[in-house]
Write a protein that binds this ligand. Structure first.
Ligand code: SF4
Length: 97
């Protein structure tokens, strides 16, 4: 049996912000249409509030950040993670537990 989908919460793909590099220009906040970021008005920087809204494989916000403050796992890490999760789901059931 092949699982149709892997639950999004099992896939560790989302942006990480280096707050030492972030200048607080809000480019990422304005750019992302998936509502991943919110603004922390106290600290004056964005927060990755809804990481699992991030489209798996998309790293476009890291490319618009002029401070290069946003990172993602490598594509190879993502491939390995998806391979492992698919194998686990096939071996162990439906992957929803
Ligand atoms: S685009 Fe980069 S520098 Fe600007 S707020 Fe986002 S993380 Fe910070």
């Amino acid at each position: 049996m092949t699982p149709r989908t892997i639950p999004r919460e099992k896939i560790p793909w989302y942006p990480t912000i280096n707050f030492d590099a972030c200048t607080g220009d809000q480019e990422c906040l304005n750019f992302c249409k998936n509502d991943v970021f919110t603004w922390d008005a106290v600290e004056s920087h964005p927060i990755v509030e809804r990481p699992y809204n991030c489209a798996v494989g998309c790293d476009a916000c890291s490319q618009v950040c002029p401070a290069q403050a946003i990172t993602f796992p490598s594509p190879e890490d993502l491939r390995q993670t998806l391979r492992r999760l698919r194998a686990e789901a096939i071996a162990g059931g439906n992957g929803t537990g």
